[in-house]
Design a protein around this ligand. Structure first.
Ligand code: AMP
Ligand code: MG
Length: 497
């Protein structure tokens, strides 16, 4: 046996152990089926960090079988592939039946670091595909791969990405593209919509079975509570409040916050038409099919709250309505507390003062009025000279109105005077929370173009290296911190992405 591998306890593909606890739930929860074969698959991207999580030896990515396995052409012993059924509120309207229309759950890898669902996304039609072809295109697979790892590096709970396998098989979208399969991993892919399915069908025994399953697998500490189902709701509310506060603080827009895209674990799931805000706009809409702006940036907290109402409603067979409403009412405060703490850190404020909320809101208004680049502004804010404005030109250059900037800078300086410590110490703290690098659409787009047009996957690798150290200066990578060149067309992203 290879000693390095033995030391790490990492396994060869065939040595991985799998279980599928979801597959032990009643048959009404899923359909067992095999992935649809993908012709001539090849490896496009591999993420060693995710391999470590499931206990897979990194060198295994070099084997010919690897691409065959992670596009679904070949099954490993212990795989138990199935597509889960769920429902959901899409753009406010209830859809009684949805499901894994293009993903297949292979099972849970049961390595040293817990149980990890392995899901193939783009692995062919299932009974829940509706009119879809069951495929994902290379473009959207690269977008999800990069975004989920970038979010993880920012400290935001998310599904992770193991690899992308490509094929020359054509797939028709707005243009003709090629197929790919993304393998993603997460402790669970159960969604709010999984509960909504059974409650809308009045299958209360299944609602209970699912709630019991989620508690046993993911919230075992709630088992002993007097009211475990109510506590489950409270936990999901708390985690979702924290998650959305994190999204808001880094300027992440999900784009399609339907209840079937909301995780019961409070992690970011189903990356589609997402975007990181560049020129700051409260009402930024990243999904070009979201005409009404239902999922605009400033709507995300409200929508999360609305989605949690849907979840609570589906749990009503198990919990008391007044207590559920009380739990839901706590969302706003939990979101605000989390958001305020994250934003105070972004502003370099270690203490809390009554006027902080107003200062932070007015700063965002300053950014909004100039459409100043959100990430750049906060990174440069770390260099703010509290003694004089002479050195604050790089920050001032992001704001159109000179007088407005001067008034704001004077106010921020007064606030900083209430803080202990030096400018240098504050900058060091701020650089740990204000990323220099986020996944800008044009960066993803250039990696996609190289991959799709030239089969050159090096830009995916390079971008991944930059994005997984978002707080480090990485002097040679300055270009990756820049917004798109003015006038360059932003790629449109939609649900079909
Ligand atoms: P989304 O909002 O992108 O998460 O997708 C909503 C629903 O549509 C999910 O149930 C997906 O499984 C399904 N879906 C999306 N794209 C496809 C596709 N190409 N083929 C089959 N089903 C799809
Ligand atoms: Mg989805």
């Amino acid at each position: 046996m290879n000693t390095a591998r033995a030391e790490l306890g990492a396994s060869k593909l065939e040595e991985l152990r799998f279980d599928n606890s979801y597959g032990r739930l009643p048959p009404a929860f899923y359909t067992r089926l095999s992935p649809t074969p993908l012709p001539d698959p090849y490896l496009v991207a591999f993420n060693p960090d995710a391999a470590d999580l499931i206990g897979l030896a990194r060198a295994e990515a070099g084997r010919n079988e690897f691409a065959e396995i992670f596009c679904g052409n070949r099954l490993l012993p212990g795989f138990d592939p199935l597509a889960a059924i769920y429902a959901g509120h899409q753009f406010g309207g209830f859809v009684p039946q949805l499901g894994d229309g293009r993903t297949i759950l292979l099972g849970e890898a049961t390595g040293a670091s817990g149980r990890w669902d392995l899901q193939l996304k783009g692995s062919g039609v299932t009974p829940y595909s509706r009119m879809g072809d069951g495929r994902a295109v290379l473009r959207s697979s690269i977008r999800e791969y990069l975004a989920s790892e970038a979010m993880h590096a920012l400290g935001i709970p998310t599904t992770r990405a193991l690899c992308i396998v490509g094929s020359d098989q054509p797939v028709i979208r707005e243009d003709i593209e090629t197929a790919a399969v993304l393998t993603r991993i997460a402790p669970s892919h159960v969604r709010f919509g999984s509960f909504e399915l059974f409650s809308s069908r009045r299958q209360h025994d299944h609602v209970r079975t699912l709630a019991d399953y989620v508690i046993d697998q993911h919230y075992p500490q709630l088992r002993e509570a007097a009211q475990p189902f109510l506590e489950l709701l409270r936990e999901v509310i708390g985690r979702t409040a924290r998650l959305i506060a994190q999204w808001q603080s880094v300027g992440f827009c999900h784009g399609v916050m339907n209840t079937d895209n909301m995780s019961i674990l409070g992690i970011t799931i189903d990356y589609g038409p997402y975007g990181f805000i560049e020129g700051f706009d409260w009402g930024h809409i990243c999904n070009h099919t979201d005409h009404g702006g239902r999922y605009a940036y400033n709507m995300q907290p409200r929508i999360a709250h609305w989605n949690l109402y849907c979840l609570a409603e589906s749990l009503l067979p198990l919990i008391n309505m007044e207590e559920a409403e009380e739990a839901l009412e706590a969302f706003g405060e939990q979101f605000e507390l989390n958001y305020a703490a994250l934003m105070r850190a972004k502003f370099g404020l270690a203490s809390g003062h009554a006027e902080d909320t107003a200062l932070m809101q007015d700063t965002l208004k300053l950014l909004h009025d100039s459409r100043a680049d959100y990430t750049t502004f906060f990174r440069r804010l770390g260099n703010f000279d509290s003694a004089s404005d002479a050195d604050n030109a790089p920050l001032r250059d992001l704001v159109v109105e000179r007088d407005a900037f001067a008034a704001w800078a004077a106010r921020y300086r007064l606030r900083l005077a209430l803080e202990a410590g030096t400018d240098a110490a504050r900058k060091a703290r701020m650089d740990q929370v204000n990323p220099k690098y986020v996944l800008r659409n044009h960066l993803a787009e250039s990696a996609i173009r190289k991959a799709a047009d030239q089969r050159d996957y090096s830009e995916i690798e390079r971008l991944m290296r930059v994005l997984t150290r978002p707080f480090d200066e990485q002097a040679a990578m300055q270009a990756y911190a820049e917004p798109a060149a003015p006038g360059s067309a932003a790629p449109a992203v939609s649900c079909s992405s």
